[in-house]
Design a binder for this molecule. Structure first.
Ligand SMILES: Nc1ncnc2c1ncn2[C@@H]1O[C@H](COP(=O)(O)OP(=O)(O)OP(=O)(O)O)[C@@H](O)[C@H]1O
Length: 346
């Protein structure tokens, strides 16, 4: 059945085209379930409504005042979220210092651990991908929901025509690959106070093109990176329009069959790179848990290893035999490294 959803003032309606405020009011009195954003609850049409239960999704990423809005309309509430992923986005330093980036979900789960029901079966990641966040973040508590999920693999057509490094990267039996760019001198570049890495963008573009050539649909591929400038650079570099490219923060709550991560940081003096967006383990957790069947990471092992959690990640990938060090010879097979490093796209 195909449902047609219509949204009026932040409230979602199924199927019907409603022509007047009166019709919306009548419909609202008939329905048993109302779906609305946290801020949409302030809609005047809902002002006198009361609900038996309020279920709030992504509660770990919602600030306390925004959470309280819908909760006061209900007798009971259930908060759904994961405070091991990114917390609410709060830009004001003063608000942060006063705890505004701590969600109601986190506060209540710490104050009332007996009220938590931890969901341990997950239906997204295959075994190899799940093992990373299990080892780094979840203390080995996650399980694959079924053997089919655990063993899921990408399906690619004949890899014989690929160069040897791409054969390794696309190999369906390797769910996790970390492409180490140390031999390429693929240095980060500062552009208007943000960072990008042209050589990493070229590597990501080449792998994406090859995945599509070998039968993976663009809509099943996602590319994520910590930095906006790198997301823009990759969007300009790849030739497959249906592939989604976003920052890690924007990818929370989403998934794809195949995820490529560009870590960007690579500096001649790696110590300079330790305080960065990558220092936040919540963000690393989001990046590692978006792929269903294939997770391909590109970065400088030397630079990233200065961040303790990323060092653990790289060691874990090494245990899975998933590290691939690429050389200038490999990369020059598909084009001119100089063209990548002198890219003028900002
Ligand atoms: N019972 C199930 N059987 C098969 N697939 C499922 C089942 N439940 C969830 N999935 C799939 O697992 C993936 C993750 O589900 P969902 O997005 O609901 O999880 P989530 O906990 O909200 O994830 P996150 O907060 O990490 O983004 C989705 O691709 C979804 O289709």
């Amino acid at each position: 059945m195909k449902l047609c959803m219509r949204i009026y003032g932040g409230i979602v309606f199924q199927q019907r085209k409603l022509k007047s405020v009166e019709e919306i009011k009548v419909r609202l009195d008939q329905v048993k379930v109302v779906a609305v954003t946290c801020l949409g609850i302030t809609n005047p049409l809902l002002i006198n409504k009361r609900f038996d239960v309020c279920i709030m999704d992504e509660a770990g990423q919602t600030t306390l005042p925004v959470s309280l809005g819908p909760l006061i309309f209900a007798s009971k509430f259930v908060l759904v979220g994961d405070h091991y992923q990114l917390p609410p986005l709060v830009q004001s330093m003063e608000a942060q210092e006063n705890g505004m980036d701590i969600s109601l979900f986190r506060r209540l789960s710490e104050a009332h651990p007996q009220a938590i029901s931890a969901l341990q079966s997950q239906y997204r990641m295959c075994q190899g991908i799940m093992e990373l966040s299990n080892a780094l973040i979840y203390g080995d508590r996650l399980r694959c929901g079924s053997p089919e999920i655990a063993d899921a693999k990408i399906e690619v057509s004949n890899l014989k025509s690929c160069s040897s490094w791409l054969k390794e990267v696309l190999n369906p039996n390797r769910p996790v690959i970390f492409i180490n760019s140390d031999m390429l001198a693929a240095f980060e570049r500062k552009v208007n106070k943000t960072l990008n890495n042209p050589i990493e963008a070229c590597i990501i573009a080449k792998i994406t093109e090859e995945l599509v050539n070998k039968g993976i649909e663009g809509k099943d591929i996602g590319i994520i990176t910590p930095y906006n400038s790198q997301a823009n650079l990759i969007r300009h570099t790849i030739c497959v329009p249906s592939v989604e490219v976003h920052t890690i923060d924007k990818y929370q709550g989403r998934d794809k069959e195949c995820i490529l991560v560009s870590f960007v940081r690579c500096s001649e003096n790696p110590r300079n790179s330790t305080s960065s967006l990558l220092g936040d383990w919540h963000r690393i957790n989001v990046a590692l848990t978006r792929a269903k069947k294939k997770l391909i990471m590109v970065g400088s092992r030397t630079t990233l290893s200065k961040v303790p959690l990323l060092k653990l990640l790289i060691n874990k990938v090494e245990q899975q035999s998933g590290i691939l060090s690429v050389s200038k010879l490999d990369i020059n097979h598909f084009g001119d490294l100089n063209r990548c490093s002198h890219s003028h796209i900002k």
